[in-house]
Design a protein around this ligand. Structure first.
Ligand code: UGA
Length: 437
């Protein structure tokens, strides 16, 4: 199929490359010329395992190109809208400027019968409004809402082999046509048995935010248990293992630590709350404010643990911060709890030396006041305390004996509960986890 993808950020760039990899003919459009140039040269503008390979292969095969020229979408049968919906300034609501601009820019190029498939995460009610816009503009194009569930770090795999597909379809005669077009786009996933949930627009929009709200709730639930464990000398890790054996609960997303961040979970729960309030149903998701609050407290808790471990003040103490990205295998520092911990410690007067395998350049842009080291050993050298805040494999695999010899004082705060306390203590470290005795 001939496809266009409007917006080549995380979602759009991966979607465009993955669709081309599946054999479609894809043009990716973005207003950012530098991003388009990088993508056209086969280089991924962010760290995502496997993306550069499929970019290069698809560009080489002629099935994928990128441009700033929206007119190039004219031949496409399906147009995916994959622009960002960031948190609006001064509030929790989603900023729909880019979605609206994408639709307006598409209007002159839409052919009757073409499909516009929304992928961006939007407040419920947006798709109905956009469908009306397509209609009043007389385009004859049909709208579907087709949310995306990819995880950073696994984005290519999640796009090519999703665990489910959600089609938010129009109620009128466009329905069958929209479904048929999406079935053709996703033919390979369908052939391997991927379940499809067909819904109306509102349900499709809600599925996306409900999924992220549930995941955020799961993380904050276990972090709330960590807070209780902290005052009872219980071990939240063992607790998570034990409740996770119940298949109704499941062990995944029950890792207590400094909490969730990134470009999705934090903003999505805030936008959901704002939208529910607009709809007069604020009380239905009022718990999400608590989820947010628990999450933000855990960052503060990690900072407090470092302060306590250093006898009440971090002033002029060298603190090695292991990790800056919001999670491993990513260079994304949007709303990163790890970066936040580094910034807070720096604000308290610590000499922070932060390191990360991928996220240093993005962190420098936001917080040039921090100290950085590309080499983990340099970060650890003569440190008064170490705080592990992003669980990259190389930090999980650190040798406690070797590292103990590097630091000034063997004090470690494990903000992700990924180190074995017994092993680290045996090597002479004063180990503190998050909700572990
Ligand atoms: C999240 C969702 O998992 C995806 O399904 C969704 O498509 C995506 O948002 C999106 O809306 O685009 P992502 O932001 O890549 O994906 O990150 P997650 O893997 O969900 O992790 C989010 C945060 O939660 C990270 O900071 C991670 O460290 C933290 N986390 C995760 C925990 O603190 N504990 C856990 O047990 C799991």
């Amino acid at each position: 199929m001939r496809l266009s993808v409007i917006g080549c950020g995380y979602l759009g760039a991966v979607h465009a490359a993955a669709m081309a990899q599946l054999g479609h003919d894809v043009v990716g459009i973005d207003v950012d010329g530098a991003k388009v140039a990088a993508l056209s040269a086969g280089s991924a503008p962010f760290f995502e395992p496997g993306l550069a390979d499929i970019l290069r292969a698809s560009i080489g095969s002629g099935r994928l190109r990128f441009s700033t020229d929206i007119a190039l979408v004219a031949d496409a049968e399906v147009h995916f809208v994959a622009v960002g919906t960031p948190q609006a300034r001064g509030g929790g609501a989603a900023d729909l400027t880019y979605v609206d601009a994408a639709i307006e820019s598409l209007l002159p190029h839409l052919k009757a019968g073409s499909l516009v498939a929304g992928k961006s995460t939007v407040p419920v009610g947006t798709a109905a409004r956009l469908a009306e816009r397509l209609q009043t503009a007389g385009t004859g194009a049909i709208l579907a809402w087709n949310p995306e569930f990819l995880r950073e770090g696994y984005a290519v795999q999640d796009t090519i082999s999703p665990d489910r597909l959600v089609y938010g379809l129009p109620a009128d005669d466009g329905r069958e046509h929209a479904k048929a077009a999406l079935d053709t786009v996703y033919a390979s996933a369908l052939a391997s048995g991927t379940p499809v949930v067909e819904t109306d627009y509102a349900t499709a929009e809600l599925v996306k935010v409900a999924a992220n709200a549930f995941l955020a709730t799961k993380i904050s639930f276990i972090n709330a248990m960590a807070e209780i464990a902290e005052v009872t000398d219980a071990d939240v890790t063992a607790l998570a293992d034990a409740i996770g054996h119940d298949t109704r609960i499941g062990r995944r997303f029950l890792n207590a630590g400094i909490g969730f961040g990134g470009g999705c979970l934090p903003k999505d729960i805030r936008a959901f709350t704002a939208r529910a309030e607009e709809l007069g149903r604020g009380e239905s998701v009022a718990f999400l404010k608590e989820i947010d609050a628990i999450n933000m407290r855990r960052r503060q808790r990690a900072v407090d643990l470092v302060v306590d471990a250093l006898g009440g003040s971090v002033y002029r103490k060298k603190v090695a911060v292991l990790g800056l990205a919001f999670k491993p295998d990513s260079d994304d520092v949007r709303d990163s709890p790890a970066l936040d911990v580094a910034v807070q410690l720096n604000g308290l007067g610590a000499r922070v030396i932060a390191t990360d395998p991928a996220a240093i350049p993005n962190s420098i842009r936001l917080h040039p006041q921090l100290g950085f080291a590309t080499d983990t050993m340099d970060a650890l050298h003569e440190a008064d305390a170490v705080v592990l805040v992003t669980e990259w494999r190389e930090y999980r695999d650190l040798d406690p004996v070797v590292t103990a010899a590097l630091v000034r004082d063997p004090v470690i705060i494990d903000g992700r509960n990924v180190l074995d306390p017994a092993v680290w203590r045996a090597a002479g470290w004063r180990y503190t986890g998050m909700g572990r005795p």
